[in-house]
Design a protein around this ligand. Structure first.
Ligand code: PLP
Length: 388
């Protein structure tokens, strides 16, 4: 039998034990924990919508119209007018024929991948893809091939050799722990050349990149019949849930075969009404994306002298690579002591030896917040006598 206690103790000794903190109040750059305020750089609420009055009002309207629970799977009686309106509004927003609203991004990836391919087929996966893409690939029982991060050349070699009837390439659009953007144009070209599907997971690009926040594909002006596009609504959109956009035939197929859509109670309608209320804010309020970009540039500038490498990023995610787990945890707790919360991200979320502080920005941060973080990190580097 597994000795869970021993395993937990081992994890603790390797600084790999995760803990939860109880947040007292709404999501904001300032978070309250244990009656203490922290300047937070933890959240994926990139546009600062999670506590927006329009979304709160939409939740109340949705609740008074549809009640609280959705009572069943979307394919029984859990697909309300609010869900349908969200799907149609999203399809128009993204300029694509059809969108399906899933409970969350994790389930969307699991459902889509296992509906598209199965035993005998092959999935090609970037080494730094999100866990949900990897788990979806495992669940499908298709053959699973991993290529080095963003190594499009290697991917092409793998596709060239592949004899499977169905091939699927899966990629984060914005890599969740690194903040860099996938080579989407090249990926599409290769997928078209080798007749492979391409599933683009835009959890961290939707709302943040592209004109009006339409996401990574619009950012590069890309379209393809080979594409499936997944975006989440719990990050930049500030609510919960996810969507998958694909052509009509694939969408119809997903409704029949995506088990994480079919066999789960649909999200409450009130979440769909809130997500619909987020879309005009994402579309119209360009200042939020401008602020993110300005803060990102400022952050890269003020952190330049740090002894640890900061990954160059054009998104809201700015990791500082520390290396070993213990130092990363120490830095995070030294920041905490100064009232600043930056999450320490350790393996297996990131590869061994690349533990990091993952700084994520929100449009509600100020330049002073960014300077405050930089000063705190400089101070820590001096105290620890870390050299460049
Ligand atoms: C790249 C990526 N895909 C999918 C997900 C899962 O989305 P959700 O939180 O909606 O389950 C996440 C994060 O949570 C993510 O970072």
């Amino acid at each position: 039998m597994n000795d869970f206690q021993a395993m937990l103790m081992r994890m603790e000794s390797q600084c790999l034990l995760r803990t939860r903190r109880i947040i007292e109040g709404p999501q904001n750059p300032s978070l309250r924990v244990n009656n203490q305020s922290f300047l937070s750089f933890c959240s994926n609420d990139y546009l600062g919508l999670a506590n927006h009055p329009n979304l709160i009002a939409a939740i109340i309207t949705g609740m008074s119209e549809f009640g609280v629970g959705s009572s069943s799977s979307a394919l029984i009686c859990g697909h309300t007018k609010a869900h349908e309106d969200l799907e149609q509004t999203l399809a128009a927003f993204l300029e694509i024929p059809r969108v399906i609203y899933f409970s969350n991004g994790y389930m969307a990836n699991l459902g889509v991948i296992s509906a598209l391919v199965g035993p005998g087929d092959t999935i090609f996966c970037d080494r730094l893809n999100h866990a949900s893409l990897i788990d979806g690939a495992r669940l499908s029982r298709a053959e699973f091939k991993v290529y080095a991060h963003s190594d499009v050349f290697k991917l092409e070699k793998l596709l060239q050799k592949c004899k499977s009837p169905s091939k699927l390439v899966v990629t984060d659009a914005v890599f969740s722990m690194d903040g860099d953007i996938a080579h989407l144009a090249e990926l599409i070209t290769i997928c078209e050349r080798y007749d492979a599907w391409l599933l683009v997971d835009d959890a961290h690009g939707f709302g943040v990149l592209g004109p009006h926040g339409k996401g990574s594909l619009h950012h590069f002006g890309l379209k393809s019949e080979q594409l499936l596009y997944m975006g989440t609504l719990g990050k930049a959109a500030g609510v919960a849930g996810a969507f998958v956009a694909a052509n009509r035939h694939i969408s119809d197929w997903l409704l029949q075969r995506a088990r994480t859509y079919m066999y789960t109670t649909s999200n409450p309608a009130l979440l769909a009404t809130a997500a619909s209320a987020a879309l005009p804010l994402i579309y119209e309020e360009e200042w939020r994306r401008i602020r993110l970009r300005t803060l990102g540039k400022k952050l890269q500038k003020v952190l330049y002298g740090l002894p640890w490498p900061l990954i160059h990023s054009k998104t809201a995610i700015h990791p500082i690579i520390i290396g070993d787990n213990q130092t990363t945890q120490t830095l995070a707790s030294m920041l905490k002591n100064q009232g600043i919360w930056v999450p320490a991200i350790c393996p297996p979320t990131v590869p061994d030896g690349t533990a990091r502080l993952r700084i994520s920005l929100s449009a509600l941060h100020t330049e002073d917040d960014v300077i405050c973080l930089a000063k705190a990190l400089m101070k820590i580097a001096t105290v620890l006598k870390v050299e460049r």
